[in-house]
Write a new protein. Structure first.
Length: 249
């Protein structure tokens, strides 16, 4: 406890799944917290659960123009930022022949373009030292069918982890990544599949995990807390795989 005492943190996509669980852990560790999301219902639910001291900000992770506004809100409310967890993202899985340009652009906007310009917008308010954690994926490392565009966005984020590390470490900003494998979150329920299709997809995915199960949001959140804390001060440009061994196949 208290590993993040007094640190000012932002979690994008902090209203459900990994983001919400990480928000809970950050609060337990003493952080001052802001979260973002788009869905009014989940924003309100997170506000009620996390309490009135948490800054809950409606913001579109895909919008380039929204990022400077978010940075201005954080500067006014928190003054500066010690921790950023870039978590907002979508997993649109489909065969390559079913992709069209709007869907392609939407996935890249949410998973990569928006996060890039968020980091850029936040540069003036990052403290020294500060920690950025990007949410990657095991899919950037494996050739899973139907994940072509999603995996490419996560590979781009992991590349950004390394390049920004070299560029920002002189300013006291560390950049690292977590790369989850299959995690039991509402993300899979957003794939537009029937219950039977979702059950089959889940079974097929679980069969590829040597650990024999889906991970939990809490297991990812624990890794994010470590990367956000001073305990990982010597970790720069690194990646923690939380995939049950899936990436070793």
């Amino acid at each position: 406890m208290n590993r993040l005492q007094g640190k000012r943190a932002l979690i994008t996509g902090g209203t459900t799944g990994i983001g919400l669980e990480t928000a809970r852990r950050f609060l337990q560790e003493g952080a001052r917290l802001a979260i973002t999301g788009r869905d009014p219902a989940t924003l309100e639910a997170a506000r009620k659960e996390l309490g009135g001291e948490v800054l809950v900000i409606p913001s579109d992770a895909a919008s380039v123009s929204a990022q400077p506004r978010l940075a201005a809100t954080l500067k006014e409310s928190l003054g500066a930022l010690d921790i950023l967890f870039v978590n907002a993202g979508i997993a649109d899985l489909r065969p390559v022949e079913r992709w069209d340009q709007p869907a392609f652009d939407r996935t890249f906007a949410i998973n990569f373009k928006g996060p890039f310009f968020l980091v850029q917008s936040l540069l003036p308010i990052f403290a020294n030292p500060a920690s950025i954690v990007l949410n990657g994926s095991v899919n950037a490392h494996i050739g899973m069918p139907n994940s072509s565009v999603y995996a490419a966005t996560k590979a781009a984020l992991l590349s950004l982890t390394r390049t920004l590390s070299g560029e920002l470490i002189s300013r006291g900003i560390r950049v690292n990544a977590v790369s989850p494998g299959p995690i039991a979150t509402p993300l899979y329920g957003k794939l537009g599949l029937t219950e039977a299709e979702l059950k089959k997809v889940s079974g097929d995915i679980q069969a590829q995990v040597p650990a024999g199960r889906f991970g939990s949001a809490g297991e990812v959140a624990d890794a994010v807390v470590y990367l956000a804390s001073d305990e990982s001060a010597f970790m720069v440009g690194g990646e923690l795989m939380l995939d049950g061994g899936m990436g070793t196949l």
